[in-house]
Write a protein that binds this ligand. Structure first.
Ligand code: B4P
Length: 188
């Protein structure tokens, strides 16, 4: 099974993906984590991505697409995967569809997590990562609204979108997700 988590910064994509990937026994592929690891290891990709992440901008599609595509080729993705934070643009979504079609592994479900920006701003400021200052977070929200939200219509038309309230506690959100996944007939 192939799943995607979409949602604004700080809504809990990473938090819930950790649990859901182990519940479904599929690998968790977070482009944010992969990019931050590349920055830490000072690879060429990391050097290109660093400034974009610090400024709260999206890393260019060609860089992110390259990272995801090579990760999808790894052995542990053969029976499916959970993508967290990818795709974030229509171009990334279209590329993903093409690459998955060529592998005969179309997306099973796209989970949208939702919550108010004011609540998310507080979560991120409390977390305090380099790209979590209020100014940068506001820019990330704006980019989400302009560049990532159009994906919701794209996936809704394909009838694979489910929206989930991400504003409760971690445990409450987990239960909403568990129900959505069950309703879709997806279990490990
Ligand atoms: P990501 O790493 O994807 O980060 P995110 O959107 O901020 O966070 P997420 O929704 O996963 O929140 P989390 O669970 O951590 O992206 C970072 C940057 O990488 C982007 O800005 C961009 O530059 C780049 N990037 C990544 N993917 C890209 C792509 N495809 N294309 C281009 N660029 C890309 O939760 C946040 C905090 O809230 C945590 O402290 C958590 O503990 C807390 N929390 C979670 N759930 C909670 C709950 N229910 N209640 C209270 N607190 C909660």
């Amino acid at each position: 099974m192939q799943l995607v988590f979409v949602g604004p910064p700080g809504v809990g994509k990473g938090t819930q993906s950790e649990w859901l990937s182990s519940f479904l026994a599929i690998p968790h592929l977070s482009t944010g984590d992969m990019l931050r690891a590349s920055v830490e290891q000072k690879t060429d990709i990391g050097k290109s991505a660093q400034g974009f992440i610090q400024d709260g901008k999206l890393v260019p599609d060609d860089i992110v697409i390259e990272i995801v595509d090579s990760r999808l080729d790894e052995e542990d993705c053969r029976n499916g995967f959970l993508l967290d934070g990818f795709p974030r643009t229509l171009e990334q979504a279209e590329m993903l569809d093409q690459r998955l079609a060529s592998r005969g592994m179309p997306l099973s479900l796209v989970l949208e997590l939702t919550a108010d920006e004011s609540q998310l701003l507080q979560r991120l400021v409390d977390r305090g990562r380099d790209d979590d200052s209020p100014e940068v977070v506001r820019k990330r929200f704006q980019i989400y609204r302009n560049q990532t939200k159009p994906l919701l219509g794209y996936y809704d038309e394909k009838n694979i979108l489910k929206s989930i309230d991400g504003s409760g506690t971690r445990e409450e959100v987990r239960e909403h997700i568990r129900l959505a996944v069950r309703q879709q007939g997806l279990e490990a």
